[in-house]
Design a protein around this ligand. Structure first.
Ligand SMILES: [Zn+2]
Length: 329
């Protein structure tokens, strides 16, 4: 295993390679960045190299006992802390601590991966702190999180952080055409909505329905000017249907207004994301003033930020729709 298949994330990968080559391995790492960006994939590769008995700088051999067991998912020296329920509690961490006190059986290191580390309760984090303060020399703990701020300062200060960045539009597009062989235009469409996250692009690709949802959102936004209440009702139900993925709908809304702005106000019709909706976009560009468009975009972005800061989702959406209705009368 090596890092050659990782798209982008050059800073992270380079830094990990340097630490592997110079054999300067920490006991605790935090891999932070958006969901679906590849943190766990990189953590897995890094772990396999750390554990490999052949110790080949920045790749694992794939042949030693540790590698063979790792690849078929049965290496006892590699543990992923999967928890049921919404939080990682003290008991989960105690289990880890008990386990880490036993030396590795087949590998150079014993690696513990904690996905969604932000789910650790404060007590769990304080409990983990004891291990971070006095880790066994063979122990490595990798915390993976999309919410770095949820980790205690004491945990952060004892860990090496690697922050994963969003991929570029072109990287996502190239990934989709190379890996899935989908045509260029469709790849561009999906990449626009993936917002630099490859995991999200794959999700969208699998959830074929993205175009259908987009059409409904756009229809409702167009309606907003004429029959506000009906449109608000329609958008609200789209949010309800999509449940966990409300952010996608906010993206669709943003990109629609962005297209109108780009096409109508700056006269550039060739870089539309919703290029198949050109007529609707041009028509709306004639009807909506630049000021209104910018206000609409600001309202949606405000909502997205509020949700990121854990505002009540439903309430935030309702407030947004009220403002939009008012703005577009
Ligand atoms: Zn190996």
């Amino acid at each position: 295993m090596d890092f050659s298949g990782i798209i982008g994330q050059k800073d992270v990968v380079d830094a990990l390679k340097i630490s592997l080559r110079s054999n300067r391995i920490g006991h605790a790492y935090i891999f932070s960045g958006p969901c679906g960006i590849g943190k766990k994939t990189v953590a897995r590769i890094f772990s396999s190299i750390l554990m490999c008995s052949e110790g080949r700088e920045d790749e694992s051999c794939g042949k030693c006992k540790s590698c063979l067991l790792f690849e078929n998912g049965s290496n006892p020296d590699y543990c992923v802390l999967e928890v049921e329920g919404s939080s990682i509690g003290v008991e989960d961490i105690r289990r880890l601590q008990h386990d880490i006190s036993v030396r590795p059986l087949y590998s150079q290191k014993k690696v513990y991966l904690i996905p969604e580390a932000e789910k650790m309760t404060v007590q769990a984090q304080n409990c983990l702190l004891k291990t971070l303060e006095e880790p066994p020399e063979y122990g490595v703990i990798i915390l993976v999180t999309s919410n770095y701020d949820a980790l205690l300062e004491t945990i952060r200060s004892r860990s090496v952080r690697y922050d994963f960045k969003r991929n570029t539009f072109d990287e996502v597009k190239k990934f989709l055409t190379d890996k899935f062989g989908i045509e260029y235009e469709k790849a561009g469409f999906i990449a626009s909505y993936a917002n630099g996250v490859i995991g999200k692009a794959i999700e969208l690709l699998e959830a074929e329905g993205i175009k259908e949802v987009r059409d409904r959102v756009i229809n409702a936004l167009v309606k907003l000017k004429k029959s506000g209440r009906e449109a608000v009702f329609e958008i609200n139900s789209l949010f309800e249907e999509s449940k966990d993925d409300g952010e996608s709908i906010l993206d669709i809304m943003l990109l629609f207004y962005r297209d109108i702005l780009v096409a109508g106000k700056y006269g550039n019709e060739n870089i539309l994301i919703n290029s198949d909706k050109k007529d609707i976009i041009l028509e709306n560009a004639r009807e909506l003033s630049t000021e209104k468009l910018l206000n609409n975009i600001a309202v949606i972005e405000e909502t997205r930020n509020a949700i990121k800061k854990n505002a009540n989702f439903q309430l935030a959406v309702e407030v947004m729709l009220m403002k939009l209705q008012e703005e577009n009368k």
